[in-house]
Design a protein around this ligand. Structure first.
Ligand code: NAD
Ligand code: IPM
Ligand code: MN
Length: 358
């Protein structure tokens, strides 16, 4: 059976990291006998330029018919001056696919501890999974956009909270059985609903999972104070967006962090957590690891190919440990060179790795 993968390269470094991820998918496909087909479509700024719409009908149709969707990144200063925004295309895609469960694992790669802005003894043991609600909250509430006043409505239903909390509790059962739910229940009504719904679900269905609650401002502090203390972090859309960028640099670079956005009715959306990085676009400097590890998540979650996913993760980890990486992780390789090394490692898992620069 051929698995249909739609690739949406997008803008800025999006096409560079998407090409790297595709090369790795092709390499693991041949090494593991998988039949994968690829189709690329426009989204974001490039889709505004080509179709006048950040999420054209042709893209929507292709994504709906795919087994999984991979996205590079969208956005950039070119589209900041008014008119349709590239980011609206990504939000529409997430909503259309029903991709409500955004999993953002933050892991420390062996040998990269020194890249963390935190002291090595503080980051040692960091291994967390951020579970971010992705299709609700302030991102999707009614908006008033005026010159004098503007508003963004934040709303959540109990059902939306339970649905994402269930994902977090289930994930915790395969990890250290600890969930930290992050909210702002001292101020926000949506957060009080969030907390009540999470507690009720835990008591009813997950008594074996330890649950605690941290207010989002304190969480921003605790993440850098003791990152290794966290297992699964469950939070709403905007808090998860902010905290995951913060958490990513604790592990060395935002360029390393992958994500999967799971749906009840589709194979899901897979994208690195970083953006289009206009400051380094077109220079071969973008770290492709977040994108490559998102491709591994695609294999595991959308296609049920856990072994192929693990082969990618192993190859990435070994390359990084050997010093093969882009500038943001202290290496001197280009985006494409990192991908080539990962592909070579997948093709020949037992070969010795040349040291960086050789
Ligand atoms: P960004 O993530 O694009 O960049 C932040 C910083 O991290 C920059 O210094 C950049 O060079 C660096 N960086 C990001 N990815 C990197 C990588 N793979 N390798 C090395 N360095 C990397 O965030 P931003 O600058 O705030 O946003 C730029 C644009 O991207 C905006 O238009 C924003 O809306 C968009 N954006 C898109 C997504 C997405 O498509 N999922 C996510 C975040 C931001
Ligand atoms: C992300 C991005 C997006 C978000 C933007 C580009 C809409 O920051 O994927 O983290 O806020 O979700
Ligand atoms: Mn973000």
């Amino acid at each position: 059976m051929t698995h249909k993968i739609v690739i949406l390269p997008g803008d800025g470094i999006g096409p560079e990291v998407a090409a790297a991820a595709r090369a790795v998918l092709e390499a693991v496909g041949s090494a593991h006998g998988l039949s994968l087909s690829f189709e690329s479509h426009d989204i974001g700024g490039c889709a505004i330029d080509a179709h006048g719409d950040p999420f054209p009908e042709s893209t929507a149709k292709a994504c709906a018919g795919a087994d999984a969707v991979f996205l590079g990144a969208v956005g950039g200063p070119k589209w900041d001056g008014g008119g349709p925004r590239p980011e609206a295309g990504l939000l529409a895609l997430r909503k259309t696919l029903g991709a409500f469960a955004n999993l953002r694992p933050i892991t420390l790669f062996p040998g990269l501890e020194r890249l963390s802005p935190l002291k090595e003894e503080r980051v040692a043991g960091t291994d967390m999974l951020i579970v971010r609600e992705l299709t609700g909250g302030i991102y999707f509430g009614d908006k008033v956009e005026g010159d004098e006043t503007a508003s963004d409505l934040c709303s959540y239903s109990r059902q939306e909270v339970e649905r994402i909390a269930r994902i977090a509790f289930d994930a915790a059962r395969g990890r250290k059985r600890r969930v930290t739910s992050v909210d702002k229940a001292n101020v926000l009504a949506t957060s009080r609903l969030w907390r009540n719904a999470v507690v009720a679900l835990r008591d009813a269905e997950y008594p074996d999972v330890e649950l605690d609650h941290v207010l989002v401002d304190a969480m921003a502090m605790k993440l850098i104070e003791r990152p290794a203390a966290f297992d699964v972090i469950l939070t709403e859309n905007m808090f998860g967006d902010i905290l995951s960028d913060e958490a990513s640099v604790i592990a060395g670079s935002i360029g390393l962090a992958p994500s999967a956005s799971l749906s009840e009715s589709h194979g899901g959306l897979y994208e690195p957590i970083h953006g289009s990085a206009p400051d380094i676009a077109g220079q071969g400097k973008a770290n492709p690891v977040g994108a490559i590890l998102s491709a591994a998540m695609l294999l595991r979650h959308a296609l049920g190919e856990g072994e192929a996913a693990a082969a990618i993760e192993r190859a990435v980890s070994e390359c990084l440990a050997a010093g093969i990486g882009t500038g943001d992780v202290g290496g001197s390789a280009s985006t494409q060179q990192v991908a080539e090394h990962v592909c070579a490692r997948i093709a020949e898992p037992d070969a010795s790795i040349p040291l960086a620069g050789t």
